[in-house]
Ligand binder design. Structure first.
Ligand SMILES: Cc1cc2nc3c(=O)[nH]c(=O)nc-3n(C[C@H](O)[C@H](O)[C@H](O)COP(=O)(O)OP(=O)(O)OC[C@H]3O[C@@H](n4cnc5c(N)ncnc54)[C@H](O)[C@@H]3O)c2cc1C
Length: 509
């Protein structure tokens, strides 16, 4: 059993920000994630927009943390050595909707958004040549930006690990007991059992791990033989479990928060469509949400969506109705996209609690919880973490200042000069072996990803880090090669390599 000062439950963007904030302050912290990798919930399937902050109603937590989060992102991305596309965002409308656009502008002023301006037709169509013909005016917010949400989340967790924190994946919390001053936090047995699978078995990464480590898995096995579950102890808990927030609250007797789930479906177009739009293009928002957007991703694809459909917590399917909704609504803002270039459909689930975020400290305990962190939660996360850590300090948590260690960014051979790449290949020939032709990813980059601080174990975890299977062919050419690399590295049969966590084998015997 390992002891920590703080346990964070949930490795999405909110948990990752809290983990990074604490470990940079020298606090002994563990991040407990139920899935096989961090960033596997809402954080992996959203628009990736760092919102400027004109949308939330003034004096809400959403407005406060949106604005502060937006201010924190550029420096945070620089510190983490991950890219941010500082392209601004645009809400567009026709002349009849000028009043609606002005309401949004005034709300932005009230919230403290800097640099916004209303742009008229000629300039607007110059900025974005593929706007629909009937678009006359736009609200431009230069502080809006685009990031890769999963990469930022992973980078935050890596930073936490190189600064002394611990991450346990495959640790789905299902029991919490109070033992004196401490919480004992147990993992559901079936998530931690060691199997002959790369992503099976509780997986721990700490600063001192230099190779893949299914540490504690053996301990877990022993504990399970004795009918015990794996467990860590901590004085403080921060619940950042997204869809699982109420389940965790129930384990400690904290209140149940009214929650509903709303699915957002997307179409992703390949990189040949780069430039179709240069920044996120929103229609005027309605009570139903921000509407269907067209936007560039950080890596040069175009994304269309998201829809807003009430759903179950685990429903990430995309159906005909969703596709039709995207196609019929996106053309209200932009010209007809080239649907022959769609390479992927995906969906994410918004966790909604009324009109605002829920961020609470349960009285007379060291238990803190978040719930209903829907949009703009990605933007707000660094500010939510800053706030939570301040609240924990008021509750007695102490910091041990130390020099912060930087995380190492992933090598990207596609971005290198020919000369630099030649030099790299001389040092290690794996950087000369192309695995993914669409995204030009080499074996060396995939091995770097496997050896990175969280030691990802399955195909999608590698994809989120260095992008094989992300391109035009969606893995048609490279999937078998990625499976082989994982199988060789972890010394497991190829049919035991998983796509995304347990029971997601790709091959059969
Ligand atoms: C379609 C869509 C579009 C969006 N677009 C944007 C946008 O452009 N900009 C923006 O700012 N926001 C956006 N958002 C909102 C943003 O994605 C979320 O606010 C944010 O990802 C929430 O992060 P989280 O860490 O709270 O939750 P999650 O990312 O869901 O993380 C929670 C984690 O907890 C884990 N977990 C759950 N139960 C347990 C348990 N018992 N034990 C251990 N682990 C557990 C889960 O596996 C998961 O990894 C969008 C959301 C959606 C769905």
């Amino acid at each position: 059993m390992q002891d920590f000062e703080v346990a964070i439950i949930g490795g999405g963007i909110v948990g990752a920000c809290v983990f990074s904030e604490l470990t940079r302050k020298g606090v002994s912290a563990v991040l407990l994630e139920g899935a096989s990798d961090v960033s596997n919930g809402s954080t992996k399937a959203n628009s990736g927009i760092v919102h400027a902050g004109y949308d939330p109603l003034p004096n809400t937590l959403k407005a406060r943390f949106n604005i502060r989060g937006n201010q924190l992102y550029p420096a945070m991305c620089a510190r983490l050595k991950v890219d941010i596309l500082q392209c601004g965002t645009l809400v567009v409308a026709n002349a009849n909707d000028r009043a609606g656009l002005e309401t949004l502008y005034n709300r932005g002023l009230q919230n403290g958004v800097q640099g916004m301006r209303i742009i008229e037709r000629d300039e607007l169509h110059q900025m974005e040549p593929n706007l629909a013909d009937n678009i006359d005016i736009g609200l431009f917010a230069p502080t809006g930006a685009v990031i890769s949400p999963y990469l930022v989340c992973i980078a935050l967790c890596e930073e936490g690990v190189v600064n002394g924190g611990t991450v346990f994946t495959n640790f789905f919390v299902d029991r919490i007991e109070k033992s004196g001053e401490k919480y004992k936090i147990f993992a559901r047995a079936d998530t931690t059992q060691q199997e002959n699978l790369a992503s099976g078995g509780m997986h721990s990464t700490t600063k001192n791990d230099s190779t893949m480590h299914i540490k504690n898995a053996e301990n877990c096995e022993k504990m399970q033989k004795n009918n015990e579950n794996c467990c860590v102890t901590a004085k403080y808990i921060v619940n950042c479990a997204g869809v699982g927030a109420n389940a965790i609250n129930a384990l400690v007797g904290a209140p149940q928060v009214p929650i509903s789930y709303v699915k957002g479906e997307y179409l992703l177009l390949d990189k040949s469509q780069k430039g179709f739009v240069n920044r996120p293009i929103f229609p005027l928002p309605t009570k139903m949400g921000k509407g269907i957007l067209a936007l560039p991703t950080l890596h040069g694809n175009i994304m269309l969506g998201p829809t807003a459909q009430p759903c179950e917590a685990d429903d990430t399917t995309v159906d005909d109705e969703g596709i039709k909704a995207i196609k019929s609504k996106v053309v209200l803002s932009v010209k007809q996209p080239n649907y022959k270039k769609v390479i992927k459909l995906f969906a994410g689930v918004r966790v909604i609690s009324g009109d605002d975020f829920v961020i609470e400290h349960m009285p007379n305990t060291h238990y803190f919880y978040t719930a209903g962190i829907c949009s703009p939660g990605l933007t707000a996360a660094p500010a939510i973490a800053e706030y939570l850590v301040d609240e924990m300090a008021k509750d007695g948590l102490t910091f041990k200042p130390h020099e912060v260690v930087s995380r190492k960014p992933y090598v990207c051979t596609a971005d290198m000069s020919k000369k630099a790449l030649k030099e790299l290949i001389k040092q290690n020939s794996a950087y000369g072996k192309i695995v993914c032709r669409c995204e030009k990813i080499t074996e060396g980059e995939i091995l770097d990803a496997i050896n990175s601080p969280l030691h990802p174990t399955d195909v999608d975890a590698i994809k989120r880090r260095v992008r094989p299977t992300m391109g035009r062919c969606q893995g048609g050419f490279c999937l078998s090669k990625v499976i082989k690399i994982l199988s060789d590295f972890y010394n497991i049969p190829p049919e035991n390599v998983q796509l995304n966590g347990k029971n997601s084998e790709i091959l059969t015997k």
